[in-house]
Design a protein around this ligand. Structure first.
Ligand code: PEP
Ligand code: MG
Length: 883
């Protein structure tokens, strides 16, 4: 079979559609090549070769060697150079390239093919001996670290010693002879460490690098990144072998990175950085300060060193047209790497650019408005979960700002937390529930777990495309990078800036939008839901079929839900209204009552409170449906348990302490989640549910009488499992409702339904539907009862299940479509058989999870209901599910 695909010379074997086989980088190099863009020729070893390598005890597939030789021959033919030839050497880069981009996670080797002979050839070809030996020492250094597994510090120490001896501080001060000495010292060090010399045979070098790239697919960083981004290990990586071009051949050479639009804000303007006379890693590594691409950007930043537009005007003009062509061709914002070798432009990479949620939104809306993509495509391009970032707070502009220092606005948003200097420590503290800010000199891929754990990131070094900036944007963490006044003392666990010292554990705030670091916590404000956000939501709403409601019981939550576009309340957990200090007294009085009259006296007090709350919710929802779930938790949850609590409650309420304690003991259950809760309370103590039904109807009538929009109450019974149980509850509900309506002489259009949160309820849904006008799937309890896994304690062991691959995801977050989903399918089918127009919704946490929402669309539910902040996410996910 075929393991190698060539590109270059105006054509290619592959194209952009072959990402699975060629990886993102390889597929796009092929595509650019076919478009006639200037791409250095090369070839891609497929991901299948990598998969084969791992499933066959790290053996190369048959035919690979021959195909690599043939691929190399093609590159030689196009470039007119020969791999390993002393007079006219071809040099190559060897890079990884998976299906999904994993920036910085895997390894790269540049300048491969150099040895003691070819370096002389390179010196002659380039007419620059100094450049040739600098390239050779870079190659030894990189190859030793990546392929030979030697510590890169060893090489840095050698270079530092050399510079000290020559009394110079910058690399550029080293002459050709100096670099030759460095090369000799490097080679001696390698031989000392390994017991054999640095490999001189270019073929051996090449295969060493190919193996190393395959191996890097399994390094810890790559594994962590894959876990975080749900990238399967089985994909493998491709390897790209490409002829080298040099951005470090003098002042008409350069290298840089560009985005066709701003990846932080989405602004439609070329954005990026470049360095004259430099090689690719120099830009990303943050060693030299990169220059702007355009004159306008340079002027805006108040920079002195010329932009690419000014320094290399002809190349820039060509570059600009290539970049525009790429965006038109791919119909998306591109992230581009390029090199200029002696005035000639080469494209090294293009891919759809990673961007902040804010930029993603603006780019998608702009591209649709520019006519480059459709509104459906715009809607499909936003990852629903990413909206979360936009719904997060920013710093209140009116709040005082105690600025410690400033740097680059590398990733927008703001966050407050405790200073921590170490990624492991950040992870530990975050796991203990602390908000932390990771403060580092600079970050490297080794730090990503700490960056993930942190609320925000601050670095002293590095530009807008530094590791910290790129990774923070991808994760949606606010980040200030390159805060150069920052002096970090790792040993003392402090940082200093502008004569102030902060220590680990001190509270600071990062404003990633402005690039500022502030002392202490700062007032935050909620984001505005206008502009691009509103535009995209309008498009999504026009596409989706599923309605979106919110779970809410307070006025604040209900108002937020409306603001986020909820079309009703899908779950009012009525018991939540009883947990405040004053109200709980009435509940306790009810629980302690010895008989029905005693309970009714307490219930009368509760009626007034509930009615008041319900009037408020109806008023805010203005005629949209509101689903009240009647009392659900076991009663003992309302009682104090320890002797001290009992004492305090008794003092505060005048209730008898001994009686309180006795009742709490009486109500104790071994297994309360399967105990006397849900509608079982309504069956045992009908007066409780009667009070709640009365409160709902009286509230609705009060709202109608005050001239407001007529409410649509939906009265929902929890934890029902049996038809006759539902019959009892239906009759209770209708009886009280009729009574209230007769008393007041007002008719209310109410509905009675049930939650489906027990397997038996799902299986006997046809029985339930005889009495229930709607079902709402309580997938929290349904997941708990289907698996028999406690929703409250599962955190302790679910991790082990996920690590071992038994669960792919936490079933309390993403619906288990096979098992729990099957029960839902059964309930939908059987419920509709009895009552074809039965209304169906979901109100468990899964109602706000995009993958679960897709399932809800597929099985034809009428609505999903989720927490207010997730409503926009659900609206977008519902639209995507409908496309
Ligand atoms: C459920 O069980 O899914 C539900 C929504 O109810 P609660 O979370 O209140 O038990
Ligand atoms: Mg429940």
């Amino acid at each position: 079979s075929r393991w190698v695909y060539s590109f270059g010379g105006g054509g290619a074997d592959g194209d952009a559609s072959m990402k699975n086989l060629l990886g993102g980088k390889g597929a796009n190099l092929a595509e650019m090549s076919s478009l006639g863009l200037p791409v250095p020729p090369g070839f891609t070893i497929t991901t299948e070769a990598c998969v084969h390598y791992y499933s066959n005890d790290k053996a190369y597939p048959e035919g690979l060697k021959e195909q690599v030789v043939a691929g190399l021959a093609k590159v030689e033919a196009i470039t007119g150079k020969v791999f390993g030839d002393a007079a006219n050497p071809l040099l190559v880069s060897v890079r990884s390239g998976a299906r999904a981009s994993m920036p910085g996670m895997m390894d790269t080797v540049l300048n491969l093919g150099l040895n003691d002979q070819t370096v002389e050839g390179l010196a002659k070809l380039a007419g620059d001996r100094r450049f040739a030996f600098d390239s050779y020492r870079r190659f030894i250094q990189m190859y030793s670290a990546v392929v030979l597994d030697l510590d890169h510090h060893m090489f840095e120490d050698i270079l530092d010693e050399q510079k000290e001896r020559l009394d110079v501080s910058v690399d550029t001060a080293l002459s050709a002879e100096d670099w030759e000495k460095v090369v000799s010292a490097y080679k001696a060090a390698v031989e000392r460490e390994l017991g054999h010399p640095f490999p001189q045979d270019p073929q051996a070098q090449l295969w060493g690098a190919i193996s190393a790239v395959f191996a890097s697919w399994m390094n810890d960083r790559a594994k962590f990144y894959r876990r975080m981004h749900d990238i399967p290990e089985s994909w493998g990586t491709a390897v790209n072998v490409q002829s080298m071009v040099f951005g470090n051949m003098g002042d008409s050479s350069a290298t840089g990175v560009a985005f066709t639009r701003n990846p932080s804000t989405g602004e439609a303007r070329l954005y990026g950085e470049f360095l004259i006379n430099a090689q690719g890693e120099d830009v990303v590594a943050g060693i030299r300060t990169p220059q702007a691409l355009t004159r306008a950007a340079r002027e805006e930043m108040g920079e002195k060193s010329p932009s690419m537009e000014e320094a290399l005007p002809d190349v820039f003009a060509e570059f600009k047209s290539v970049v525009e062509k790429l965006e038109q061709h791919y119909r998306d914002m591109q992230d581009i790497e390029f090199t200029v070798e002696k005035g000639r432009l080469y494209m090294l990479q293009t891919r759809n650019g990673k961007r902040t949620a804010k930029a993603a939104l603006k780019v998608a809306v702009d591209l649709a408005n520019e006519g480059l993509i459709t509104k459906e495509e715009a809607v499909m391009r936003i990852e629903p979960g990413s909206l979360d970032q936009l719904l997060h707070p920013t710093i209140d502009p009116a709040s005082p700002r105690d600025i410690i220092t400033s740097g680059l606005p590398a990733s927008p948003g703001a966050a407050t937390g405790k200073v921590v200097f170490d990624a492991d420590e950040a992870e530990k503290m975050a796991a203990a529930g602390e908000a932390v800010i990771l403060v580092r000199e600079e970050t490297s891929p080794e730090d990503i777990h700490g960056m993930h754990a942190a609320k925000a990131i601050l670095t002293a070094r590095g530009g807008m495309t530094s590791h910290a900036a790129v990774v923070a944007r991808g994760m949606g963490r606010p980040c200030v990078s390159g805060a150069s006044e920052l002096y970090i003392d790792d040993a003392a666990q402090t940082f200093r800036a502008r004569n102030r010292t902060f220590k680990a554990g001190d509270i600071i705030t990062i404003d990633g939008s402005k690039g500022e670091v502030l002392a202490g916590a700062v007032q935050m404000i909620e984001p505005e839901l206008t502009g691009d956000f509103a535009a995209l939501m309008v498009w999504a709403d026009a596409i989706r079929r599923l309605k979106v409601r919110a779970n809410a019981e307070t006025a604040t939550d209900a108002a937020a839900a409306r603001q986020f576009g909820a079309e009703g309340i899908g779950l009012v957990r009525s018991e939540h209204m009883f947990f405040d200090a004053v109200r709980i007294a009435a509940v306790r009085e009810m629980i302690l009552a010895d008989d029905r009259p005693g309970r009714e006296q307490a219930l009368a007090k509760m009626l007034v409170m509930q009615r008041e709350d319900f009037v408020q919710l109806f008023s805010i929802m203005e005629g949209l449906p509101v689903t009240f779930r009647l009392l659900d938790p076991p009663l003992h949850e309302f009682l104090p348990h320890t002797a001290e609590d009992v004492e305090a409650v008794s003092k505060a309420t005048g209730l008898d302490a001994a009686k309180l304690l006795a009742r709490a003991k009486e109500l104790h259950e071994v297994n309360p989640m399967l105990g006397h809760r849900g509608c079982r309370l309504g069956v045992a103590y009908p007066e409780i549910y009667e009070m709640q039904v009365r409160a709902i109807l009286e509230a609705a009538i009060e709202v109608v009488q005050s001239g407001k929009a007529a409410p649509i109450p939906e009265i929902m019974h929890p934890l029902v499992s049996k038809g006759l149980e539902m019959k009892f509850l239906r009759e209770l509900t209708d009886r009280v409702a009729q009574q209230v309506m007769a008393e007041k002489g007002v008719t209310i259009d109410y509905r009675v339904g049930t939650m489906v949160e027990l397997p038996r309820a799902a299986i006997r849904a046809d029985d339930l539907a005889q009495y229930a006008e709607f079902f709402s799937f309580g997938t929290n309890d349904l997941t708990q009862t289907t698996f028999g896994i406690s929703r409250d304690d599962s955190g302790r062991f679910l991790g082990a299940y996920i690590d071992k691959g038994i669960f792919e995801r936490d079933p309390f977050v993403t619906l288990d479509q096979e098992g729990v989903g099957d029960l839902i399918r059964i309930a939908v089918e059987r419920g509709r058989k009895t009552r074809p127009d039965i209304k169906l919704g979901i109100c468990g946490e899964h109602g706000g999870d995009p993958a679960s929402i897709e399932f809800c669309e597929k099985i034809g539910l009428d609505y999903v209901s989720c927490s207010p902040f997730r409503v926009p996410i659900a609206r977008l996910a519902a639209a995507q599910a409908a496309i």
